[in-house]
Design a binder for this molecule. Structure first.
Ligand code: NDP
Length: 278
């Protein structure tokens, strides 16, 4: 089986650079999908309270026969659980739903521009980290101004920033900001939910390497040093997305893919998105 490289986080924890995302997988189908992912070799699962499928992830792990130390599990705080006490209570539920004593990574899902209490929430995350119930803590959809505020007002720096990145939204400045501050970038919607796969430049590069467009795009992320977790409920695609460590894109192909950037989001803009579920 191909070895997935690890990325070393700023607190010494290692995270597999390729994982499996479960956004939009129906809760009733999640355990099966994650079990398949484990069989293929994925050892890193990205879920969230908002996805409603943490229990399925926990069930798949419980029956996998894998040792806890072999699997890296991330979850994220729901937007309606911000604030110190709410975050602690919601985190307890995440552990119960996953059936775990600790998660490997816990993230603030969105900064929420009008609510703006992510600093207070982060202080709860620091407590969770200090008492060992999250091996690492991080943020998602944070812009530099959010990260600066955390830096000024809190103690523990985020280990990761999970942001939307793909060839149509390359996020060069934000990735550079993360790098400069020792924060690992995780790229969500790494294939833009499929929207970049028909791009003629990507199709041509894929043909040249005898790979698929999805493999080429995922490889482009890997060579940037980003952490990715493509989602698929299709077993052949899950396998395809895992087979990206047996080829290398030359600098010219890396540049051609990056040049496709049009700052086009498939998901919401973190400076505007203020969705709080009931
Ligand atoms: P992806 O970019 O991973 O794309 C998923 C879509 O592409 C699905 O429709 C899937 O179809 C299809 N697909 C997957 N592999 C292939 C392939 N090899 N060839 C063709 N089509 C393919 O999008 P996601 O939005 O799901 O992002 C991945 C993960 O990132 C999420 O699951 C979640 O963990 C995380 N995320 C985090 C967010 C955040 O705010 N922090 C926001 C959004 C995502 P099918 O399943 O039918 O096979």
């Amino acid at each position: 089986m191909v070895a997935v490289p690890n990325v070393l986080l700023n607190n010494g924890v290692e995270i597999p650079q390729l994982g499996f995302g479960v956004f939009q997988i129906d809760p009733s189908e999640t355990a099966d999908a994650v079990s398949k992912a484990f069989e293929i070799g994925y050892r890193h699962i990205d879920t969230a309270q908002m996805y409603g499928n943490e229990k399925g992830v926990g069930q798949a792990f419980a029956k996998s026969g894998l040792d806890r130390s072999e699997v890296f599990i991330t979850s994220k705080l729901n937007n309606n659980q911000l604030g110190h006490d709410a975050a602690l209570t919601a985190f307890d539920k995440t552990l119960a739903d996953l059936g775990l004593e600790k998660v490997d990574l816990f993230l603030i899902h969105w900064p929420l521009p009008t609510k703006r209490d992510f600093v207070e929430t982060w202080k709860a995350f620091e407590e969770i980290y200090r008492d060992g119930r999250a091996r690492s803590i991080g943020v998602s959809n944070f812009q530099p101004h959010h990260l600066r505020r955390l830096h000024e007002e809190t103690t523990i720096p985020p280990a990761v920033n999970q942001i939307e990145v793909h060839p149509y939204l390359t996020q060069e400045e934000l990735r550079a900001f993360d790098d400069e501050h020792g924060i690992a970038t995780e790229a969500w919607s790494p294939i833009a939910q499929g929207k970049v796969l028909d791009d003629p430049t990507i199709v041509a590069i894929a043909k040249e390497h005898g790979k698929t467009p999805a493999q080429v795009v995922l490889r482009w992320h890997i060579q940037h040093g980003s952490i990715v977790f493509p989602k698929s409920v299709t077993e052949s695609r899950m396998k395809e997305n895992f087979e990206i460590f047996d080829f290398e894109l030359p600098v010219s192909d890396m540049g051609s893919i990056s040049a496709l950037n049009k700052d086009e989001r498939t998901g919401p803009d973190p400076d505007v998105f203020d969705y709080i579920p009931a």
